[in-house]
Design a protein around this ligand. Structure first.
Ligand code: CAA
Length: 259
């Protein structure tokens, strides 16, 4: 059987591809399990410094949780399925490395929620985003109610979730759901450009900046600022900080070694 989630590593970028194109990359239990394992590999990798998440095929990023599998689930099984998916998506959100979603088509329900668990989202002109859950008699269950509200505000998130209205690329951009809208044939290239503009910076500083923002936005401001101050002080113990500042003084390009 083909792997439902692929991981390829090239030039410090980890490419995660949800690989179930025959079902528009819907998130079956098997996909979630494979994604969970891939994320463990990424977290432990010393080589991967940025992650790009995308969907296999031309049509779909991810068309949601697997409706055919959910069709026969008991409430207990649904609880386990949602909990496992949320643990997996939180693993992605809290990954040491920054992550970029290259949204290449439908990002519906669980697909939207997967994209919301990455740090930066790019989409092309033909994407379609939304939360169809209430048309199925359920609600977004992979943290969409929470992550979308935190991203665009509760009122706009409520409008999208309660109406189940799909959003095209230009509206997704103006709502701030995607960071950039790019031409269809340049999606991966633009995601790689963005990844490379992160890769040129000090890797430990990048990791700390991500961590402080991800954790800090959930904390009271004074605690979050303290977290930032402690992370900053820790970075003063790194060789890359010495190199970064010395390179500035010597008017040359810094060479970082992740130390
Ligand atoms: N689950 C399971 N199978 C899915 C699927 C999903 N979410 N989305 C698509 N598929 C399957 C279809 O059943 C079909 O399989 P068969 O060929 O075996 O019939 C195959 O993928 C191709 O799909 P379509 O023929 O429907 O393709 P289309 O181009 O006509 O339509 C679409 C595309 C509009 C995305 C349509 O497939 C669709 O509406 N999909 C469901 C989208 C959805 O409701 N997502 C939310 C799921 S609920 C959720 O995610 C809950 C949560 O938060 C936990």
């Amino acid at each position: 059987m083909n792997k439902t989630v692929l991981l390829e590593v090239k030039d410090k970028i980890g490419y995660i591809t949800i690989n179930r194109p025959e079902a528009l990359n819907a998130l079956s239990s098997q996909v979630l399990k494979d994604l969970n394992e891939v994320l463990d590999t990424v977290e432990a990798s010393q080589e991967i410094q940025v992650v790009i998440v995308t969907g296999a095929g031309e049509k779909s990023f991810v068309a949601g949780a697997d409706i055919k599998e959910m069709d026969t689930m008991t409430p207990t099984e649904a609880f386990e399925y949602m909990t496992y998916a949320n643990d997996t998506f939180s693993k992605l959100a809290n990954l040491r490395q920054p992550s970029i979603a290259a949204i290449n088509g439908y990002a519906l329900g669980g697909g939207m929620e997967l994209a919301l668990s990455t740090d930066i989202r790019l989409g092309h002109e033909k994407i379609l985003l939304g939360f169809p859950e209430v048309t199925l008699g359920i609600i977004p269950g992979f943290a969409g109610t929470q992550r979308m509200s935190r991203l665009i505000g509760a009122s706009k998130a409520k409008e999208l979730i309660l109406t189940a209205r799909n959003v095209k690329a230009d509206e997704a951009l103006s709502l701030g759901i995607i960071n950039h809208l790019v031409p269809v044939d340049q999606l991966l290239e633009e995601a790689e450009k963005l990844a490379k503009s992160i890769l040129k910076n000090a890797p430990l500083a990048v990791e700390k900046a991500k961590h402080v923002i991800t954790v800090g936005v959930e904390l009271p401001l004074q605690h979050a600022i303290r977290l930032e101050t402690e992370a900053e002080a820790l970075l003063f113990s790194t060789e890359d900080k010495v190199e970064g500042m010395r390179a500035f003084v010597e008017k040359r390009k810094a060479v970082f070694n992740k130390k």
